[in-house]
Design a protein around this ligand. Structure first.
Ligand code: SF4
Ligand code: SF4
Length: 286
């Protein structure tokens, strides 16, 4: 069973909600929390744990054998990412950070072995065993790297290879293919938002994507007493369902500072109770 916590906008408290749900659900179910927010993974910080069992994520990049290249220019013409430019002498030259690793250049090259396989490091994945019932898989993009998709895919692959009752994904903000890759096959997607104009705008983007992917959407409005933007109309428009409205809370701030998830910091507090209700909703579909 796969459940995803996402949000069009960053900073809505998505990771706080994902980590707390993982802690609650792992009391009963073998849970893998997948931090697919590869540009800024912070679930391990919120859980006060370490990144362990590092694995590299590589992406194909072409390596030119200029002895075999006939300077036909087909690779440059067909590179959809404009990652290849032609030198004055007619030989192709790669700008690695633009390369998506699609191999089109290799496919269109008429000369055997003029384009060989090479690879570049784009990110890392980690596997931390927090307890018998709670594992954390983290994807982390290499500094300066722009292509997050391969690292998200690698984290997903690594997480799904772990036998569990529940895989709980925490995605990047936004609605790009890096988010779609994490969301795919989810039984339920939880979109976390806040009642600001930007929050509601980005909520609409993510609900649009979920509709396109034919995925059922639950909405959590975090810090619902912080702003006055109307989120209900948008939720209604996309036939989504508001499952919780979480107030601003000192408990959450204090739990950050102490490095303890709020459901453990103050298990009987208002926010912990709401999170427990959300976990129970998830249990109903497990
Ligand atoms: S692998 Fe794809 S993106 Fe990279 S240089 Fe070749 S055609 Fe361009
Ligand atoms: S397609 Fe092959 S032969 Fe043509 S320029 Fe590119 S590497 Fe050289």
């Amino acid at each position: 069973m796969k459940i995803t916590v996402t949000g069009g906008k960053g900073g809505t408290g998505k990771s706080t909600i994902a980590t707390n749900l993982a802690v609650l659900l792992s009391a009963k179910y073998r849970t893998v929390l997948v931090d697919a927010d590869v540009e800024c993974p912070n679930d391990y910080i919120l859980l006060s744990t370490k990144l362990e069992n590092e694995e590299n994520v590589y992406l194909f990049k072409p390596k030119f054998d200029y002895e075999k290249c006939t300077r036909c220019g087909l690779c440059v013409e067909n590179c959809g990412e404009n990652a290849l430019v032609m030198f004055k002498n007619g030989y192709p030259f790669l700008m690695p950070t633009l390369c998506s690793g699609c191999r089109t250049c290799q496919l269109v090259c008429p000369e055997e072995d003029a384009i060989l396989d090479d690879r570049r490091l784009v990110g890392k994945t980690y596997h931390t065993r927090i307890s018998d019932n709670l594992h954390l898989v983290t994807g982390m993009l290499r500094e300066g790297e722009e292509r997050s998709y391969p690292t998200v895919l690698a984290a997903r692959r690594r997480a799904m290879s772990i036998d569990a009752d529940l895989h709980l994904f925490d995605t990047m903000p936004g609605t790009g293919n890096h988010v779609a890759a994490a969301i795919e096959d989810s039984k339920v997607v939880i979109a976390v938002t806040e009642p600001t104009r930007l929050g509601v705008h980005d909520l609409e983007m993510i609900l649009k994507l979920l509709k396109k992917l034919k995925l059922h959407a639950w909405v959590i409005v975090n810090r619902y007493d912080m702003g006055s933007a109307d989120y209900r109309e948008i939720v209604k428009k996309y036939s989504a369902e508001i499952i919780a409205e979480i107030p601003m809370s000192e408990d959450v701030m204090k739990s950050y500072v102490s490095g303890v998830p709020v459901v453990k910091y103050n298990p009987n507090g208002e926010v912990a109770s709401i999170l427990k209700d959300i976990a129970s909703r998830i249990e109903e579909v497990l």
